[in-house]
Design a protein around this ligand. Structure first.
Ligand SMILES: O=C[C@H](O)[C@H](O)COP(=O)(O)O
Ligand SMILES: C=C(OP(=O)(O)O)C(=O)O
Ligand SMILES: [Mn+2]
Length: 454
């Protein structure tokens, strides 16, 4: 039997239209916007509500320390880079990181991609100026094109439809990779052995050897490796462009409740989480797991108000608070927030985004992040939670499987002068494949040391 949504629930899904919505494109042609939205509304969902519910139970485990979340992917996906090789390499990187983290954490790692929908960007400025020319800022491939011409930068609503198709193709390949044998733990392990064998990473060799021993122990015990040929993998993105999200919101026929079917989990960014704004209103009405980014200026009062708005019923696994404070700030800014949230009886998933509070301009003029700052923010995140007896539930990183030069540092010592070699991101700098694995080894070390302490 199929259950319909109540008229109140349906009306609520459009309540955001009456509220201020930050960071929305100025579409030049409202008729074209309406056509694109109408087209999207006829398309099949990209995910099934039941999968979102499974993710919610996994996140509940992470909130209580029985799992650890790894979210990773591009700052901004692009249509041009949604190729088989790029998707494969990104998935491979996330799987490799997850294997190392599983060893360090001693609990399952919940694997979540920033992909199949991460096509819109909030910007600090509405415009970009190069020389004498000022044009609309690039807001993600779902909105406009990166080329620096007026035509390219003019928001085009048909891009929402293209983003849907790209997301569908991406998710299809991700599902194939993660269930069709590519994700076999034995492959992933052998890729990691290759990484640690590199002289530059000798620091991680002993952990890699320990993982190797654990694998042999499992084999000797007769572990069913065939059961480890597939992994659960979820898709997430920032719910920024509300026309797109609303058009892909569907009623779950099992329950009569609305879900954004554009991805399993969506989050609201630091720039759009105004309490009386459209974004929080919209996500408060859908039943997916929801993330909210918290920057260094968040007050404990803000955090409590956000929770009351988005998760008034305190549904286990519903809410993930993604802190992105900066390496130098996290130890001062985070404790009061965690204390207030805990005192209010809430147990969100606490996740560290060690990227967005650590962005600066390199001496050579590139927007970059230092690997050491990224590591240091995660370290501070663990310290704060350990001091307070709360659970550090995961990390959320901008990464690519490619060999880019966008963030400095790491054992390969990428310097400011190297950034120009392969600086490919259209928005924020990502950890490359090697830096991502190195981060995973370092976080695994942090996790296993905490374990030994506890
Ligand atoms: O991904 C995050 C934001 O969209 C990004 O950091 C904003 O970048 P900007 O300051 O270059 O606009
Ligand atoms: C825009 C982003 O982050 P934040 O909202 O935390 O700045 C992002 O995750 O790319
Ligand atoms: Mn970003």
């Amino acid at each position: 039997m199929s259950i319909d949504a109540t008229p109140e629930v349906l009306a609520g899904l459009d309540a955001w239209r009456e509220l201020p919505a930050a960071q929305q494109p100025r579409w030049p042609d409202d008729g074209a916007r309406r056509d694109a939205v109408a087209t999207l509304a006829t398309f099949p969902p990209l995910v099934f509500a039941g999968e979102c519910d499974v993710l919610r139970t996994r996140l509940h485990d992470a909130a209580e320390g029985r799992a650890f979340v790894l979210t990773g992917g591009d700052c901004a996906e692009t249509f041009a880079y949604a190729t088989a090789d790029n998707i494969r390499d990104r998935i491979k990187t996330i799987l490799q990181m997850a294997a190392v983290l599983t060893y360090g954490a001693g609990v399952p790692v919940v694997k979540v991609g920033r992909l199949a929908g991460q096509y819109t960007k909030p910007r600090s400025s509405d415009t970009e100026t190069r020389g004498e020319v000022t044009l609309p800022a690039y807001r993600g491939d779902m909105v406009n094109d990166f080329d620096f011409t007026l035509e390219a930068r003019t928001p085009d609503p048909t891009r929402m439809v293209r983003a849907y198709h790209n997301s569908a193709a991406t998710l299809n390949l991700v599902r194939a990779f993660t269930t069709g044998g590519f994700a076999d733990l034995r492959h992933v392990h052998s890729w990691n052995r290759g990484f640690a064998a590199n002289q530059a990473y000798s620091r991680y060799e002993s952990m890699a050897r320990d993982i190797d021993k654990a694998m042999r122990f499992m084999a000797a015990c007769g572990a069913d490796f065939d059961a480890m040929r597939t992994v659960e993998f979820f898709a997430s993105h920032e719910a920024l462009l509300l026309d797109y999200e609303r058009a892909l919101t569907r009623i779950d026929s099992r329950t009569g409740l609305p879900y954004a079917t554009s991805g399993h989990m969506v989050w609201v960014g630091e720039r759009t989480r105004q309490l009386d704004g459209a974004h929080l209103d919209f996500v408060s009405r859908i039943h997916n797991p929801i993330g909210i980014k918290l920057g260094p200026k968040t007050s404990p009062k803000d955090a409590l108000a956000l929770i009351d708005k988005v998760d008034p019923d305190r549904v286990p696994g519903r809410l993930t608070l993604i802190t992105r404070m900066g390496a130098g700030t996290i130890r001062e800014a985070l404790p009061a927030i965690v204390e207030a949230v805990t005192a209010a009886g809430h147990t969100p998933v606490w996740v560290s985004d060690p990227m967005h509070g650590n962005t600066h301009t390199s001496s050579t003029g590139y927007k970059t992040r230092a690997f050491d700052d990224v590591v240091e923010e995660v370290r501070g995140f663990f310290e704060v939670h350990d001091d307070l007896g709360t659970v550090p539930g995961g990390i959320h990183v901008e990464l690519t499987g490619n060999d880019v030069t966008e963030c400095t540092g790491g054992s390969l010592h990428i310097a400011d002068a190297d950034l120009e070699k392969r600086y490919e991101t259209l928005c924020d700098p990502r950890l490359n494949h090697q830096q991502s694995l190195e981060l995973a080894f370092l976080v695994a070390e942090m996790l296993s040391t905490r374990d030994a302490r506890g």
